[in-house]
Design a binder for this molecule. Structure first.
Ligand code: AMP
Length: 421
């Protein structure tokens, strides 16, 4: 038996990077006031129809939908913004004057054609800010993202921005696009021919070169922006410039979900091949209304953790977790005798390894080496007699013998020095 198509087991060489990202995210975004929300992995199918849009690729082709034993139409979530909005409305989390910041981590499911960087179960980190139309929220939330990524030192990342307008100015642009594209609909791919009739904005981000070529010479959406939407977008651009976040503009960046209004943005990596988007997001001021609730302006983004891990593996040397100490015993009986001591060291925060087979010193040292342990702690005849331990620094091949009770302080003191380096 194997994992189903498009899914994969995340093995320790990957999970330690997933954990690094997730742990850093929880700490980092808490500084911006984000609190974690966990919504169910499946929702009523109608939620995604009403939010993502009935004519998007996600809803028409990619959802894992099923009828449960109670006859309910359910879907494994293809993304989490819809679920978070549902939760905000269901629990009335946002009062009239509130700004509420929520973040989430977890798996999403889309029945896409698997390829490098594209899976049927993948993981996202996302944030959503509810309750303000102010462009400073767009700026702050993008800033939070950029500062989160900074310590990872990822090369070749490009922040790309656009505004897709809203109900005041977008209809005129859609009308213009429909008129112009209908004149030469037969030159577009089959999907785009359908989009021209039903969801014309999505033609702009079709991946087919031929379709992109046909778009040359069309007016950009910016020519249609209302004064308010233009001012909003300019304020976002100015705010990002003030914070030294370089970006470029792409008038064809419309994103694959229907709920966006005004700002849309993506981070593109030069290192990911065809699946180059590391994350995407934007403003969605009308989504809660589409779901039948009150109007709550909002801004958010979702980052693909699998893709971030892929870049990290390519470019950085984040070391997997290694034991702090590996115990090497002269006799099996000493392991039994000292076992409570080993357990107490773990209680105090050290990661402790040993080989239960004990065996020869040589073979135990080999295993200590293979484990990647920082220190080998050796207990031979002399050490047992003197109630001491010999601590070998595995990185520098130096060793010294110290009283057993000093082991913890010695190792943690050295651990501190090590961290400071
Ligand atoms: P979206 O929810 O479509 O805006 O996607 C946000 C981010 O999630 C993308 O930029 C990707 O990094 C990631 N993502 C989306 N779909 C997949 C997938 N099928 N496999 C892996 N990552 C994905």
């Amino acid at each position: 038996m194997k994992t189903p198509k498009g899914t994969r087991d995340l093995l320790p060489e990957d999970t330690h990077l997933f954990q690094l990202i997730e742990q850093r995210a929880l700490t980092h975004f808490a500084r911006y006031g984000f609190a974690e929300i966990r919504t169910p992995i499946f929702e009523e199918t109608a939620l995604f129809h009403r939010s993502i849009g009935g004519d998007t690729d996600i809803v028409t082709k990619e959802m894992y939908s099923f009828v449960d034993k109670g006859g309910r139409n359910l879907t494994l979530r293809p993304e989490a913004t819809a679920s978070v909005c549902r939760a905000v409305l269901q629990h009335n989390l946002v009062g009239p004057d509130d700004v509420v910041r929520l973040m989430y981590l977890g798996p999403m499911f889309r029945h896409e054609n698997p390829q490098a960087g594209r899976y049927r179960q993948f993981f996202q980190l996302g944030v959503e800010v509810f309750g303000s139309l102010d462009p400073i929220i767009d700026v702050e939330t993008i800033d939070a993202l950029m500062r989160f990524l900074e310590p990872f030192h990822l090369p070749n990342l490009e922040l790309v921005l656009n505004s897709v307008g809203d109900q005041t100015d977008r209809p005129a642009y859609l009308e213009y696009l429909r008129r112009e594209l209908s004149k030469k609909a037969d030159r577009f791919c089959r999907d785009c021919q359908r989009r021209i009739a039903h969801n014309v904005l999505r033609v702009l981000d079709c991946k087919e070169d031929a379709c992109q070529a046909e778009l040359e010479g069309l007016e950009p959406i910016s020519n249609f922006w209302s004064p308010e939407n233009r001012a909003h977008f300019e304020a976002v651009c100015e705010g990002l410039t003030r914070l030294n976040h370089p970006f470029s503009l792409n008038p064809r960046l419309v994103r694959g979900l229907d709920y966006y209004t005004r700002t849309t943005f993506e981070l593109i990596s030069g290192d990911l091949g065809a699946q180059s988007a590391v994350m995407g997001g934007g403003r969605y001021d009308r989504l809660t209304e589409h779901l039948g609730g009150k109007a709550i302006p909002a801004f958010g983004w979702a980052l693909g953790i699998d893709r971030l891990v892929a870049i990290l593996k390519e470019h950085t040397s984040v070391e997997p977790a290694r034991p702090d100490v590996f115990f090497v015993f002269g006799q099996r009986a000493w392991l039994d005798e000292l076992f409570p001591f080993l357990c107490a060291l773990r209680d105090k925060g050290l990661s402790v390894a040993f080989d239960q087979r004990v065996g020869s010193f040589k073979s135990q040292m080999k295993r200590a080496n293979r484990s990647g342990a920082r220190w080998a702690v050796i207990l031979g005849d002399d050490e047992m007699r003197d109630h001491s331990v010999t601590v070998k620094d595995m990185d520098q091949s130096q060793q010294e013998t110290i009283p057993m009770e000093r082991l913890w302080s010695k190792v943690t003191e050295k651990k501190g020095e090590n961290h400071g380096r």
